[in-house]
Design a protein around this ligand. Sequence first.
Ligand SMILES: [Zn+2]
Length: 289
Amino acid sequence: MESSVLTDYAIKYVVHILDNSAIPYCLVGESVLELYGLQRKLGIFTGFAIPTKWMEHARYALQQAGHFSCRGPCDARTGYKPTFKEDVPPIAPAWHFHMPPPPLAGGEHGSCGPSTFLWGYVVNFYNHSDALWFFPEPPRGDPTTAPRPPLGDNVPPEGLGVLSDYYMLSDDLRLSPHRRHAPERHPIKISTPHRYLETIICQMCVHRQKREVGLAETCAAIFHRLTLPRRLNPQLQVVLRERELSEPFRGFVENHFKDPEDPTKSDSGWEERVLTFLYTKPEIHMLLS
Ligand SMILES: [Zn+2]
């Protein structure tokens, strides 16, 4: 039995290998939502975004650890379909490998009818530019030994410069104390919630414009999950602080939450503004054509 949504065990295992080989990565997809303090039950993609020029290094590092890229006729090659909607096309990884269940009986169990079983995993690797669009390359190396500036609530760590606006570690104090990892754990590199939401909005608007309905729906599902705390309580901005969003994304989110009767609400108008913004970025032109 296999799961395409990675658990702590599987993430930690792969992250150790990537960090020890100094390969830049960023965890993407559903597994990140839980670290943001959001429930994850979408059944969408999860995996590691790796810059294209580092992809072969990642493949080699995993191979050295005994994990070979799956090349057989396997469903996972085309990605998994989200559980929330059958007719949505899957998001295909660049490559994947199959990871056996944890060796000890104390590992993670699933349940199927009366019996329990050990989960194995499909570990997906996505091209960084496909998953995170115009994000800078993620940091690389072991964050427990690399020099790290002190972190403070709402204060981007000094010295990391622009990277701290895009990336955070799973023990970052900007995360909810209930979900962030304890300092003694090996930290996982993830994107900051506001930048992740921005890239999801971009992808949602582009897929809509290109009439790629299924992919747009997948993005919409992540958008709704990321903005869920805002929907439940507008004052509660623990995970996602709207003031950290840049324009036109802050306007897009504010418009989304306007009352449907509000005459100033214009979904198509804000979608247009996002697309206009994207046209100013040369690296996005290829994705828009
Ligand atoms: Zn496979």
